[in-house]
Write a protein that binds this ligand. Structure first.
Ligand SMILES: [Fe+2]
Length: 311
């Protein structure tokens, strides 16, 4: 433990996961989209970022997809300090039009995908505790900025995220046109489940071969996890298969342990074409009866689609 870890937090100071007064206040006021109060980061927060970054950097060199490595270099992240989102956006926005947009917590599914459609990425601004660098169920700024945002510097990948946003609009249109309420919820639940599974097995945990045929990670859940990145690519217990849409949309997943099953795409153009296919399956009704199980949809997720204003 360094000296920094022993210093008590001042009241109202610190942007630590589940312990940030600024975030609690924003949530109490019902504010989802917020600003990043950069001065509130404590030395402990910066120390957590520094340790997370320094131990991931060599892992990225070994296991990260080349587009991610290019992204890390293009974003000019400071290995020693929590990133200021304005700085990140100055490098990111000219490349693909994407921006990291600070949020106070969970973004209901439709709003999340709708942000992607507008090239905004809802970004958690809290930092995990120094005592739980390895695993936390919630996203934090390291997962979002060091795991996701480097991928958003890649044109084909960024366009794929926008297509996810289009799909969410299509889903909302479809279900808002159903008059029977029970049927509406049943189909919506199945369609969002399919979308969430596809997102999980690609954007969060996807693998892709590099030019020499070696398997690399592009999924942000892997790229922000010190233990899992290595495990995902080297453990003999992990099943790794070429992606199949019909499998992915029916495959449940659990978030609280290393993933035992991962899928490989050929390229981001391939990934983009799969999102197109997902949308046409949705229109054809093929996603109305996917297999039950995880992930479970919250009331807020369902309502976000039912009450979505569509333009
Ligand atoms: Fe994520």
């Amino acid at each position: 433990m360094s000296h920094a870890t022993e210093r008590p937090l001042l009241p109202g100071v610190g942007m630590t996961t589940t312990e940030a007064p600024f975030i609690e206040q924003a949530q109490a006021e019902g504010k989802l989209y917020i600003h990043q109060p950069y001065d509130l980061y404590s030395e402990e927060n910066h120390e957590a970022w520094r340790r997370l970054y320094s131990r991931m950097a060599p892992q990225w060199t070994r296991f990260a997809n080349e587009h991610f490595l290019a992204g890390i270099s293009n974003l000019c992240l400071d290995p020693d300090r929590v990133p200021n989102l304005d700085d990140v956006n100055r490098f990111l926005n000219p490349l693909t039009g994407f921006r990291a947009k600070p949020v106070s917590g969970y973004v209901p599914a439709f709003l999340f995908f709708d942000c992607l459609r507008n090239r905004d990425f809802p970004t958690t601004i809290t930092v995990r505790k120094l005592t739980s660098l390895d695993y936390l169920p919630e996203p934090d700024i390291f997962h979002d900025i060091a795991g996701h945002v480097p991928m958003h510097t890649d044109r084909a990948f960024a366009d794929t995220l926008v297509r996810f946003g289009d799909c969410a609009h299509t889903a909302a249109e479809i279900v808002q046109g159903i008059s029977d309420e029970d049927e509406q919820i049943r189909r919506l639940d199945s369609i969002i489940k399919a979308m969430a599974r596809f997102f999980w097995f690609t954007i969060e945990f996807g693998l892709m071969k590099d030019r020499s045929g070696d398997l690399k990670a592009y999924g942000s859940g892997l790229l922000s996890s010190y233990g899992e990145l290595d495990h995902a690519l080297t453990s003999s217990t992990v099943q790794r298969y070429p992606v199949q849409l019909e499998w992915v949309v029916n495959q449940y997943f659990e978030i609280d342990h290393y993933q035992p099953l991962l899928f490989i795409v050929d390229s981001f153009d391939h990934l983009f074409s799969l999102v197109d296919e997902l949308e046409s399956w949705m229109r054809d009704g093929k996603l109305d009866n996917v297999s039950p199980g995880e992930p479970l949809m919250s009331e807020a997720d369902l309502k976000s689609f039912l009450h979505a204003e569509l333009s």
